[in-house]
Design a protein around this ligand. Structure first.
Ligand SMILES: [Zn+2]
Length: 308
């Protein structure tokens, strides 16, 4: 009976169409979206820009969380379990929390080294790679500073590597990914001119920061880092270090005291109150503050808070 139907289908385009649509219900339809999981919201935004309607994206961490420490939850493991692509910041920013989640998710497709894995830090030049790493230096990032997302000039190469990865996974949609990336890049370059014009005014200004979170931004726009409120990465400030920071900042003529939304506020506030240097809280990711809704508004917020 089935063979007869098949033979009949050869002669009847209408029947062939009906058979084809019936059979497609049992295998993955051509319009299925690529399930992408990212470690941080800013990466999810990048993937949405490049993948548009061809991707289904969700981030593991929230933008207002400390990116170094994300608490493992069953919901995060479930997301990783069904992912076809995992995109991470890399440079060991996720080293403290992602490996156990990946182990528990037990999804071979998205393990490091597999086609379904992308580490964005490979597409930027990392700064501050330590000569040697010891516990005495605190929780230092051994591959270099992983907080490259604070420099808007580094966003286009990240978008390019996302497009290349999506092309590798879904070659049939590659021309769409490439044109989405080109359009994104065009919009980004237009905004970048305005951000550059604002931030260039800060050149030569001396700054403090809580953690070495804004160093790519500091370097890009010629600001001068005088010190950090935390004595060593991940080590909370002692009263002695805080007092010394106040003295040093006043002597050097520091004009901005920066902190990330997740850094403890009291030590930075204390330094600002004692020195008279304004404290500026900056978003480090999409969703870190309510105004930073996407990549564009993240940098709009960052720039407006810095140029106040
Ligand atoms: Zn860090």
């Amino acid at each position: 009976m089935q063979l007869k139907l098949f033979k009949a289908a050869l002669w009847s385009p209408l029947l062939a169409l009906a058979l084809l649509s019936a059979s497609s219900a049992f295998c993955a339809p051509a319009w299925a979206k690529v399930e992408v999981v990212t470690t941080y919201p800013y990466i999810a935004e990048l993937v949405k820009e490049v993948g548009k309607d061809k991707v289904q994206v969700s981030a593991l961490a929230r933008g207002d969380w400390d990116p170094h420490f994300v608490v493992a939850r069953p919901s995060l493991i479930a997301k990783l379990r069904k992912a076809e692509l995992l995109v991470i910041n890399g440079a060991q920013l996720e080293i403290g929390w992602l490996p156990p989640l990946l182990r528990q998710a037990n999804n071979a497709k998205v393990q490091p080294g597999q086609p379904g894995f992308l580490e964005l830090s490979n597409s930027v030049q990392l700064i501050q790679k330590p000569q040697n790493v010891s516990r005495a230096q605190g929780d230092v990032h051994p591959q270099g500073n992983p907080h490259f997302i604070t420099d808007p000039h580094l966003v286009p190469p990240l978008a390019k590597s996302v497009a290349e990865k999506l092309c590798q996974l879904e070659p049939g949609d590659c021309s769409d990914f490439r044109s989405n990336q080109a359009q994104f890049n065009q919009r980004w370059q237009a905004k970048l001119q305005g951000w550059d014009a604002q931030l260039k005014k800060l050149k030569g200004k001396k700054v403090l920061e809580y953690h070495r979170l804004h160093d790519y931004l500091i370097q890009r726009y010629g600001l001068i880092l005088v010190g950090t409120v935390e004595p060593l990465p991940g080590i909370p400030p002692s009263p002695a270090h805080t007092a010394e920071t106040v003295t040093r900042a006043k002597k050097a003529g520091v004009s901005l005291n920066l902190r990330g939304v997740y850094n403890p506020e009291p030590p930075s506030r204390f330094v600002s109150e004692k020195s008279g240097i304004p404290l500026i809280t900056l978003p480090h990711d999409v969703g870190a503050v309510p105004e930073a809704k996407d990549l564009f508004s993240l940098f709009d917020t960052l720039v407006s808070r810095l140029s106040r």
